[in-house]
Structures are given as C-alpha cells and as structure tokens.
Design a protein. Structure first.
Length: 272
C-alpha cells in the first residue's frame, strides 16, 4: 500500500533510480519496491551495488530529506561520501515553548544552557531511540520567571540530543557550501525530470505486468530505454547526413524544375 493524492491508500509500487550526477544523466541502476517500503530503506543497497558493478567512487550522494536518515548519513560519511541531504529543522519548531535552538550546548561540560543561563545536565540515554536526555533542576525551573514559555511540567525542562549529533552537524555544515547548493540545483533540473519522463513517455505510471519480479524487469527496461535515448542523442543518431553530406534534402536528390509536376510535393521526406 502507498498513499496517493488526497491521502487515500492504494496498491502500488515505487521505482528508485540511481543516477550519475553528470550532464548525461545516465541511470546506473533501477529498483522497484512495494509501495509500503520507505524510500530511504533501499538506498544503501543500491549505492553499494552501483559502486561494485560499475566500479565508481562517488564523492557525494544527493537526495531529498526522505533519504536523510541517521542510518544513511552514518554509512555514507564513514565511507568517505558526503551526504548532501536536507535535514528536518527540529531545533526551530514552532510552538508555545522555547525550541531546542534556544538552548546552547557546551561540549566540554556535556550540558545545555537554557535562555536564562541555567544548566541542563545529562540525565539518561534512550538507546533504542539513540537519544541522550538532558534535564534542568526542577527547583530552579519551577522558580524561573519564564517557566510558562519553557515547560508546563514540574520536573524541569527536558531536551534531547542525538547520539550521532556530530555527524548531523557535519551534514548541516554542508548546507552553507556552494558545492551543496549546486548539487541540489542539478538534482532538481537533471534528476527529478527522469521520473516524469518515465511516467509520461514510457508508461511507468502504471505497470503492464504483475508480480514484483516482473515489474522490476519492466522498470529496468524502461531505465535502459531512457539511457538508450541519451546515447543516441550523444552519438548524433537521428541527424544522419544525406548522400551529399548535408543535413537538409540534398540538391542531387531533387528532380529538375522542368520535370516537376504540379500538385506533387517537390521535396523529400523522412530526413532527420
């Protein structure tokens, strides 16, 4: 099942492309999964497959925020590949209370400081969620003049920090670089249109076959067809020269004006 327009659930598939970042926009691999598989889940398997099959060493991987999971970021960064993903801005969430961005983190003391300068010390680690909890002194919080804007509870303000925050900070630092901005611009105009092309011109909006194995075959053939079109354009197919070496109907192929008949076309057809 997947969510379609209007929020309704329908049976369907998702096709994932791994695309070379160059102007040629070559599709290196295609995979079709059931619609209930998260888009970020097959990313690493696709990337390792492409690296092994084509022996490529990418410097960075680009995707939208759905691919920016902690698992993907850790794997890419540890492999020496920059993770160019937008991250959800959890530090500036709107609400009635101070967001996380209002609390300053002190790495040396491993504690946060609230807007009033009071410390929030490390409390516990939620290993299943990979989060570290920090809590303020309840007595200090309850007597704080801005408590109503900070927390409604009586146990002190709590904030959480990811166990892998250093990796996330590294990815956020990429966002300010020109290389990241250029990669995102290229993705918007070079990569995303490939899916629209596959749906509009190659019938990928609705599979003709049934079964996961068969729809994967259809998806791979569609991607191969898209690659073939680009190869033909790059090699000049469709702009073949005429016998006399011109791209337009050659003069030697035209009949003399005296032999032309009225009502019959004077030119030739079928020239690319």
């Amino acid at each position: 099942m997947r969510t379609a327009g209007g929020g309704r659930a329908v049976l369907g598939y998702q096709t994932h492309y791994v695309v070379d970042g160059g102007r040629a926009r070559i599709i290196l691999h295609a995979l079709t999964t059931p619609g209930d598989v998260r888009e970020s889940q097959p990313m690493l398997d696709l990337l390792w497959r492409v690296r092994f099959r084509w022996r490529v060493r990418p410097k960075y991987a680009v995707g939208d925020s759905k691919f920016g999971t902690v698992e993907n970021i850790l794997a890419l960064e540890d492999a020496g590949i920059r993770a160019y993903f937008p991250l959800a801005d959890t530090e500036h969430r709107k609400g009635p209370y101070f967001p996380l961005a209002a609390f300053a983190y002190d790495a040396e003391r491993d504690e946060y400081r609230c807007p009033q300068g009071q410390p929030l010390r490390r409390d516990r680690v939620a290993w299943e969620k990979e989060l570290i909890g920090y809590v303020a002194d309840p007595a200090v919080c309850n007597a704080c003049p801005v408590k109503a804007a900070c927390t409604p509870g009586k146990t002190g303000r709590h904030v959480h920090r990811s166990l892998h925050e250093a990796y996330l900070d590294r990815v956020r630092a990429y966002h300010a670089t020109e290389a990241y901005k250029q990669a995102m611009r290229k993705r918007a105009v070079w990569i995303e249109p490939l899916f629209g092309e596959a749906k509009q011109w190659h019938g990928l909006r609705q599979f003709r076959l049934r079964g996961l194995l068969k729809v994967n075959t259809e998806g791979l053939l569609t991607a191969a067809g898209q690659n073939l079109k680009r190869w033909l354009v790059a090699t000049g197919w469709g702009r073949r020269h005429a016998p006399c070496g011109a791209l337009t109907p050659p003069a030697c192929a035209r009949r003399p004006a005296s032999r032309r008949r009225l009502g019959r076309p004077t030119g030739t057809s079928g020239w690319g």
